[in-house]
Design a protein around this ligand. Structure first.
Ligand code: HEM
Ligand code: FPP
Length: 293
């Protein structure tokens, strides 16, 4: 009996790992931020529950299907070779069915308990992650990263429309910040795992265009976050506490990226971890210092 329970638990753990819980957790923080802003601070707990469940299921299901399609290159790359499917811990077909089921339940939850716009946006995010990014572009062109950014930039918009029932300039600003944040977030990883991606035949920017171009483009996108992160204050969405935080975070991000650009180093995990702190603190400050009128 104990062995049976152990095996169920380990299978559950493997299926959970397929959902990229680390990424989905931060996705839900940005979704909550969008919701809080959309509702002008009047969050209803039950709406928060259904929105985070629906968006989380779409993100998780998309990550699972991404791992299904990427199982061949995951086996080749050191960073991903220990994932459940390459390790043989989860059957590929079982993973595909699991991922599709999560996305279907997501669509049902958002349609029934939130609104059709939120459900449609979640499906667009899933489509852009699974079909546009994973199946069509990732193995063909470095532009895949920017296209994949559409997917990652939609969760705060899903949260916004769940909280407000409409889409407006504020929702677009959240999308834009997320869209410009993602490439630099990934490119420092792509630099670290350049040989891994080359071995797997994935033309990430460092593989396709080299280290210097990747560093330059990382700086361009990171610098763009400085003016973009001020817009929420400029349009009256947030207060001065957010403005100061956004300025400090964006200047620090630019300085760290500049130092990396002029260094001989070809990777910077410090910049990767800072990218996660940057977006988590920025969205948290939007929530804390929201102008609720
Ligand atoms: C173009 C879009 C994106 C790309 C290409 C990308 C790529 C990656 C990669 C390759 C990793 C390392 C994963 C691993 O080694 O297992 C990673 C980690 C991470 N990403 Fe992203 N990401 C993107 C968008 C996002 C978004 C939208 C979020 C959340 C808002 C996010 C949050 C994270 C977090 C929290 C981690 C570290 C935790 C973990 O590895 O599980 N990423 N990302
Ligand atoms: C609602 C919804 C669908 C939200 C999705 C948000 C989200 C997680 C976007 C990230 C997209 C992305 C390109 C991840 C990296 O995958 P990868 O295959 O490059 O990473 P890997 O090499 O580690 O597998």
């Amino acid at each position: 009996m104990v062995e049976k329970t152990m095996s169920y638990t380990s299978t559950l753990k493997e299926y959970l790992a397929l959902t990229k819980p680390g990424i989905v957790t931060l996705v839900l923080i940005t979704t909550l931020g969008g919701m809080y802003i959309g509702s002008k601070g009047n969050l209803e707990p039950i709406t928060v529950f259904w929105t985070l469940l629906g968006t989380g299921l779409a993100a998780a299901g998309s990550a699972v299907i991404n791992m299904f399609f990427d199982r061949d290159i995951d086996r080749v790359m050191e960073r991903t070779s220990s994932r459940p499917i390459p390790r043989g811990a989860v059957n590929p077909t079982g993973a595909l069915i699991f991922g599709l089921a999560l996305i279907l339940v997501s669509f049902f939850v958002l349609t029934v308990f939130i609104n059709s716009t939120a459900a449609l946006l979640a499906m667009i995010a899933s489509f852009s992650y699974v079909v546009l990014y994973t199946v069509l572009l990732k193995r063909r062109t470095p532009i895949a990263t920017e296209v994949g950014g559409i997917s990652g930039a939609l969760p705060p918009v899903i949260g916004y429309v769940a909280g407000s029932g409409e889409l407006d300039l504020r929702a677009f600003v959240l999308f834009l910040i997320m869209f410009m944040w993602q490439p630099p977030h990934f490119w420092v990883l792509a630099l670290k795992y350049k040989d891994d991606y080359a071995r797997a035949g994935v033309p990430t920017l460092p593989v396709a265009r080299g280290v210097f171009i990747t560093k330059i483009k990382t700086l361009i996108y990171t610098v763009s976050l400085l003016p973009l992160s001020i817009i929420p204050y400029a349009i009256g969405m947030t207060g001065k506490l957010y403005l100061v935080t956004a300025l400090v975070l964006s200047i620090l991000y630019t300085v760290y990226t500049l130092k990396f650009l002029f260094s001989k180093k070809e990777e910077s995990m410090k910049l990767f971890f800072f990218s996660i702190i940057y977006i988590a603190v920025l969205f948290s400050m939007m929530i804390i210092d929201l102008v609720k009128v």
